[in-house]
Design a binder for this molecule. Sequence first.
Ligand code: NAD
Length: 467
Amino acid sequence: PESWTDHIREEKVGIVAASKSKGAPNLYGTFIHSAPGAFLASKLGLPQPETLRRYQAGEPALPGPVLVGGKGRVADTVRNLLSDYTFVDGVTQGVKFGGLVFDATGLRTIEDLEQLFEFFQPAMRSIAPSGRVLVIGTTPELSASVDEQIAQRALEGFTRSIGKELLRGATANLVYLHPEAATAATGLESTLRFILSGKSAFVDGQVFRVGKDDSTAPASWDKPLAGKVAVVTGAARGIGATIAEVFARDGATVIVADIPAAGEALSETANKVGATALALDVTAPDAADKLAEFATERFGGIDIVVHNAGITRDKLLANMDEGRWNSVINVNLAAPHRITEGLVAKGALKEGGRVIDVSSIAGIAGNRGQTNYGASKAGVIGMVNAEAPKLAEKGITINAVAPGFIETAMTAAVPLPTREAGRLMSSLLQGGQTVDVAETIAYFASPASNAVSGNIVRVCGQSLIGA
Ligand code: NAD
């Protein structure tokens, strides 16, 4: 094969239903968690992947209390918005923090950066497994002065470095808040609740940008999508099937779409999650019309569209034929663009709608044998950047996830050594689950995420690739 993804392609073209399997066993993870494995690992100093704590309805969002530090404009807001969380006042012997939140919006000069050291240094050994570090700053480009912009930009390197130091499934992320957000900063709440929970288990070392608009909290944070109609393309299997499942869990009415050839797997997914199936090739010239008509007749329109359908057709560029090039660009990039524009033009995607695209770390870092795929997934990022301000006029947001190594049929087909490397070359020392991508998409889809647009969030366990 010309690259590891050549194996994937063969697997993906022929087999539809078989790919519903959970992926290949994680040999290193299994060994390291066995008694002799753990003993050897600790003697040799080998990295030990943690079993990540993920969201479960009814369980506390975090594995311990939250310590809030910093003297900016959002420290009190955080405590007010998260009134159902447990907060503590300082570092106490024996207490492991579920979250460390630092309000860095008060940092205006280079000297002020010392406050980061003062808050975090004493607390670094007291973070619970799967705990969260969250730094909240002000959008650097919108800072009031040169000094403030420098200090705010510094937060990125700080947070990403903490992410690389944290152990046992703990993560670090950064949120930049628009300087004109009102004092109550309610637009921040959905992002806080996502990051400070098991829903963000595989999101590490990321930067989120939150705008100035206020938001209304959903009636229940366990059913944030109640009353919403959502479409997920490529939902017969893999990540798309899990997105449909998470959307249904969150209360949405879900339409799952996939190519006619995947019909059997699609009905299976639809039955499993209580969704409605629609046979739809996203590259068909009338795909937007068909989708608009179907959703409008049955459910009165669309609130959320997830462009998840995607393909790989790998070859070194020197050996690539036009067919491989065109099909990848068409499915991954041209189709989502055309469908979004079509749905908006027809008014089928309602005001206040949500568009979520699926990019890839291959679109950020590039990948050998994937010039077509890399171009398509980088184009998706351009699409989000370009459309965000336009769609804002209709109160529609557009964001993208960029998954890293996710345990699917796609990655199960990768040869073992490469697969193990893909897992281990990240801060969390493992691959992610499809649910990790789905939870991030559900966060973007939430009505309370109206202040979140134009974001590209990697779901990659802070993979070293393209970092
Ligand atoms: P998958 O191959 O398991 O599922 C993709 C689905 O899209 C399939 O059901 C397929 O039938 C459908 N599809 C393909 N062409 C279509 C078309 N023209 N119209 C409608 N449906 C179509 O892939 P996956 O791993 O679940 O990936 C889902 C998305 O995530 C893709 O966009 C992929 O590029 C992206 N992604 C995956 C990973 C990973 O590690 N698995 C990493 C980065 C990005």
